[in-house]
Structures are given as C-alpha cells and as structure tokens.
Write a protein that binds this ligand. Structure first.
Ligand code: IVH
Length: 678
C-alpha cells in the first residue's frame, strides 16, 4: 500500500479537529462560527482526502458520524432508527450525478419527489397507539435529547393521530420532521433581545434550537415555533412511496409542507430548483435548499445508506446570498435601556431583496471576534433572510494602517462614562437622563406595535427633545399644535394633524400600552397575553409573581421581571403622568366562554387525554391553563402520579379534581369544580 504523504495526514487530522469543533459549536452550543457553505467545504476536503487515502478514514472521523453530542441538561434517548444526515449537492451537475448513481444502482431511472429543505431543527416524535409519548432532538443521530414537554407546545403538533392501529398506523412509530421559527418571529424576538442587551440569535435555525432546548416549556411556547414533517418509521402499511407517505402524514393532522412535487423518471428538476432559489425570500420561513428523494420506498430500501446518509436522497443546497461592501464608519447607538450597540455603516448594497447600509455588530466582543474595522471590505448577508449581518472581513483587501475598533469610553449622546459589567456582553450608558435613551424610549413608545403614532418619526422626536418640548412619553399628550408650528419643516396643517394623531391614541389597547412601557422580556405577544388575562392595568399591577406565572406563555423569570418593573418608582411615576394627561387604556377584551376568569392547572397524566389536549379544552371554554398553583387557581386537575402541584393545591386549599371529575366538569362547564371523591 502506498504510504500516505505526511502533508495529507497532517491536513486530514487538522480538518477532523476543525470539523469536530464546528460540530460542537453548531449542535451543542447553537453558536456556529462558520456558514454552512464553509462547513461543507471543510467536509468535502476531508471526504476527498479520505477517498484518495482510505487509511485516513478513521472510525472517529466526522465523515463517519453525524453531528457531535455533548453534555446537555436533557435526558438522553436512543432513536429506534438512527436519524441520518443528507448528502449534499451544490450544483445542478451534482444533482444529475446523484440521479446517475441511483440509476446505475437500481437499473432504471427512478421517480423522485422534491421537498423544501427546512432550516430548522430535526425532531423525532414517538407515537404509541397513536398517542404522542415522546419528542426528541436529533442529537448525534443515534442519541438525542428528550424534549417531550417542549414539542407539545409547537404549533400544529397533535397529541394523537386519528388513524388508529389496524388502519395503517404502526402500533409504534417515529415521525420525523423539522421544527422551525418563522422569519417574522425571529425578527421580533431579536428586536426584543437587542433592546435588552441580550445576544441575538444568528438565524432561524439557531433560534429554533435555542427555543426548543429550554427547561421551561412556557418559554418554548412563547417562541411561536412551527413544524413540518416528512418521514415515518416504520412506514404505515399500504404506503409504498414517499409522496403517499407525505399525503398520509397530512391526513394524520400533521403539518406537511405543501410545496412538494413529484417528478416522473427522467423529468428535469433544474427549473424547480431554480424557481425555489428565487422564491425562497417570499416564504415566511427559512429554507436552505431542496431535498430530492427516490419516491419508491422499495427503491429506497434497495439503495440503503452509508453510516452518514441515505443513498436515496440528496440535498441541493442554495448558494448563500452574500454581497461585499465597504465599512465607511462604525457608529454606536444607544437603546432605551442604555445598551450601547456598535453599528457598521456601509456603502449601500443590495442583499436578498433590500438595500443594506447599517448592520448591527451587536456588542464589543462580536466586533473583536470578527475584527471589523473602518475601511474594511466585509461580506454581508441576511440572517434568516431578514436581519443583515457581517459574515466576515475580507482580510486580503484590508487597507494599510487600519485600526481595531475601540468601544468609546463615554456616551456620545450625554458624555457619561460607559460601563461594562464583568461577565456581561453589553456595554451600557447608566445615565437615565441620557437624551439618546430618551429618544429610543419615545420612539419605542410610539412604534407600530406600541401606540402606533406613525407621524412621530425620529427626526420630529429628536427636535422635540432638543427643544425640551418633551421629556417623557406623557409629555407628548400635552403638545399643542401652536407649539409644533415652531418646528422647522412642520407646516400649520401638519402640526394640527400630528396633535390629532397623538390625541387619537389616548385610549390604547392595554396590550399596546404594556408593550410600550418597554418592560424587559415583554414582547408584543407576552404583553397581549398579560392584557388578556388581567384585563386592566390595576389588576395586573396588583398581581404577584405566582399569578403572572400562571398565565400560559409566562414563565417564572418573566413573571418576576414584570412584577419588579411595574413596582418600580419610575414606572409608577410614568403611569401617573399618563393618567394625568388623559391616557387610559381600554379594558382588554377578555376571552369569552363559561370559564372566563378561571385558571385550571393540569398535573399528572390523564387517561385518554394528553396534557396539551386537556389544556386546549380549558382554553376552549375561555379559561386559562395555568402552569403553577397559587391561591387564585380555580382548581387543580390531578391525574396519575401528580406531584408537587397537587401537594401545593392541598396546602393552599385549592380544589382538586380527579380525571373523572374533570371530564364531568368539561361537560358541565357552568358548574363549579366537582368535589374530589373522599
Ligand atoms: S430527509 C434520512 N427532508 O436536513 C433522511 N431532511 O441536512 C433525513 N431537513 O437532518 C432527512 N428538510 O434535519 C429531509 N424535507 C426534508 C428536510 C430535511 C430539512 C433537514 C433534516 C436533516 C438535515 C440534513
């Protein structure tokens, strides 16, 4: 056997190490440092070296495994069938090569089915006799993490499948698919996180992974995740093709991506690939390619798999939409909570359908890590097709004499010293009177999801602040048209229209006002949930953390934050001022139904009813399905092996209902909770 050249041996070992590190960053930390394309090119180089020198293909080579499992707080579960990865094609030629390989192996051109390649997190759902018994992540493909409580709060994942045993549904099966975060949800979540100085999610995939791997499923619920499914192991009886399988999954009530297509033997796919590449931006979720699968399940079986991926499928990966531009300046912007965000100002460049001129660099560490400098040529793309980001600096084009970025020592708006606490990523301006913070606070207050006063743009608000015509949001409601006419560029008519627009918002929906207050962690959706539950600001302010945490979608951390914020003197003063100028929120429309105002906590397992179904039943009647027990809880439904919540209910004297009583109560919703049998 020819000796392997030293250089190849060294390079292979270096590649193995590097890929392992990227696997760890991607699968365990959800914090990849390289793009998929960069990762793939490392993998390809290693595959090529191993192809040339098979003795380099060690058992522990990343080419022989899928992903990298590491230490996690979740229980490990073994998949009944390994969850494999996919072989990639980066060009139409490589797709044709895949077809040729399949044709040679099967002796005929196969029918194919094309599916969109969702960029989310692979999950496996176990159904036993049609009931969802377990949800798991893919992990390393062999062992994943148990996340049952979290998959139950993903939109569209049913607790039971209607097709019972004997009607095609295997007695036990694993249904596989992808959990994803819609682009709009990511954008909202990141806006929220940026305002709090929290690290942003780089893309929809990371956000989905981070949201699904939460110890508190209420946090997962608040993240509005969705899913699409594409596989079932073993296949249901009577199903012989992948296209039938997809239809069958849909009939089971599982979400299946409608954008799928079957291609007869020999029919060309390039047009389909090209059309999705162009249209991907129009989808509300992120896709990173198209998966082509041999349609016949018998054909799939015959082709089999190697240790990493099946031979009957290929993922055509879209080239990332990246553009280059030059950094003309790095500015810092101050958010309403004083968080300082460095922003790269670029020569305007068109990326994925819009012009980008400002790209957030998030915080000091990120700028350092990427070493972005004024004058650099940078590669820009859109994370989740939404938020522009700097991928990397093109070092070969760095101008001479450039200097690393320095975070300013003083706030550019108020001159006070900027502070970065040990262990925090965010640098902050701690001056509550800082004009930049005031500007950001006011702009948040009038933003679309808050009081929605669109005539109050940044330029007008800045002038109002400069002339000391307003300091707090309440001052906006004291403005007179006559005063506004003084502002340059504001004619009498527009001054009148502006004051009218402000007046028109004196009775905002409670959810909007709550959101406008800028409470840490409270996004538009959480504000809505709180408003709906409590109905009035007074009731909300009187509630304790336990009562807040009993609201579906509100976890204990959030509950503490809200109570703390609402009790702070600053918020108290602002609410008082708002009242003085006549701002009174409308009472929130509370949910209708006989259980309106009732909070029911389900604990333990109920025969014939999953937790999600039981909670849905409570909500259908207008009640709130709580997650923790307090004195205000209407009743606790205790099933088999109920634990601490039952004990808490007994201690607090909250009525306890057994499963039988619960089903009686659902049939008699106007009654009080039935007494538990002695
Ligand atoms: S089939 C054994 N179909 O892509 C076949 N995968 O890069 C396994 N993915 O692990 C996968 N959309 O997480 C398949 N329509 C689709 C997919 C899809 C997204 C993910 C999946 C897989 C990864 C491989």
């Amino acid at each position: 056997m020819a000796a392997v050249p030293q250089a190849a041996r060294a390079r292979a070992s270096q590649l193995r190490e590097e890929i392992d590190r990227h696997n760890y960053l991607y699968f365990v930390l959800d914090a990849p440092e390289v793009t998929d394309a960069e990762y793939d090119s490392l993998m390809r180089e290693l595959l090529r070296l191993e192809e040339e020198h098979p003795s380099l293909r060690t058992k522990d080579s990343p080419t022989q495994r899928v992903g990298g499992a590491g230490p996690t707080p979740f229980r490990k579960v073994r998949h009944v069938m390994p969850m494999r990865s996919l072989q990639n094609a980066v060009s139409e030629v490589e797709v044709e090569q895949f077809r040729t390989r399949v044709r040679l192996a099967l002796g005929e051109d196969p029918d194919l089915v094309a599916e969109l390649k969702m960029d989310g997190l692979a999950v496996s759902l176990t159904f036993v006799s049609g009931r969802l018994t377990q949800g798991a992540t893919r992990g390393d493909g062999v062992t994943g993490e148990e996340i049952t409580a979290n998959v139950q709060v993903v939109e569209g994942i049913p607790a039971t499948l209607p097709d019972g045993p004997g009607r095609g549904l295997p007695p036990r099966c694993e249904v596989r698919g992808e959990v994803y975060m819609p682009k709009e949800v990511l954008a909202g979540l990141n806006r929220e996180r940026e305002s709090q100085g929290l690290e942003l999610y780089a893309n929809c995939r990371n956000a989905a992974a981070g949201s699904l791997r939460q110890l508190d499923s209420e946090i997962t619920r608040s993240r509005s995740l969705s899913a699409f499914f594409y596989a079932c192991d073993p296949a249901p009886s009577g199903i012989s093709t992948q296209s039938q399988l997809l239809d069958w999954l849909e009939l089971q009530g599982l979400p299946v991506n409608p954008n799928r297509r079957r291609f007869a033997a020999g029919e060309g796919v390039p047009e389909y690939l090209g059309s999705w590449q162009a249209r991907r931006r129009d989808l509300p979720y992120e896709i990173d390619g198209v998966v082509l699968k041999v349609d016949s399940l018998a054909g799939q079986e015959e082709l089999g798999a190697d240790s990493r991926a099946p031979r009957w499928a290929v993922a055509y990966k879209f080239p990332p939409e990246e553009r280059e531009s030059r950094v003309v300046a790095i500015e810092v912007s101050i958010g309403r909570t004083g968080v300082v965000t460095p922003v790269a100002v670029l020569d305007p460049v068109e990326v994925a359908g819009s012009t980008v001129s400002h790209v957030t660099l998030h915080n000091e560490d990120q700028v350092r890590r990427k070493d972005v400098r004024v004058g650099d040529v940078v590669v820009v793309r859109k994370a989740g097709d939404v938020i522009p980001e700097v991928v990397r600096v093109v070092l070969s084009r760095r101008p001479d004499g450039s200097e690393p970025f320095q975070m300013p020592k003083e706030c550019p708006a108020c001159g006070s010293e900027l502070v970065r606490e040990v262990g925090e990523a965010a640098t902050r301006c701690l001056n509550p009177l800082c004009p930049a913070q005031r500007l950001a606070t006011l702009l948040h207050f009038v933003s679309r999801d808050a009081l929605d006063i669109d005539r109050l743009g940044p330029a007008v608000v800045q002038q109002l602040l400069d002339r000391q015509m307003v300091r707090t949001p309440a001052d906006l409601f004291r403005l007179e048209a006559g005063q506004l006419e003084e502002l340059p560029g504001l004619a009498r008519r527009s001054a009148r229209q502006l004051t009218d627009a402000i007046r028109a918002r004196r009775h905002p929906a409670l959810g909007r006002l709550l959101y406008a207050l800028g409470i840490p962690h409270v996004g538009r959706r959480t504000a809505e949930l709180l408003a709906e539950h409590f109905g009035t600001m007074e009731r909300l302010r009187a509630a304790g953390p336990d009562e807040l945490a009993a609201v579906s979608g509100v976890g204990p951390v959030l509950a503490e934050a809200v109570v703390h914020h609402l009790a702070s003197p600053g918020t108290g003063a602002l609410l008082e001022q708002l009242r003085e100028v006549g701002v009174e929120p409308k009472e929130a429309e509370r949910s209708e139904g006989p259980w309106r105002g009732r909070t029911v906590v389900i604990t333990g397992s109920l025969p014939g009813l999953s937790r999600a179904e039981a909670e849905a039943a409570v909500r259908r009647l207008g009640g709130v399905a709580g997650s923790s027990v307090s004195r205000k809880t209407t009743a606790v439904v205790a099933g088999e092996s109920a634990g601490s919540k039952l004990a808490t209910a007994q201690r607090l004297g909250v009525p306890v209902v057994d499963p039988e009583g619960f089903s009686w109560w659902l049939d008699h919703p106007d009654s009080d909770p039935p007494p538990a049998p002695a």
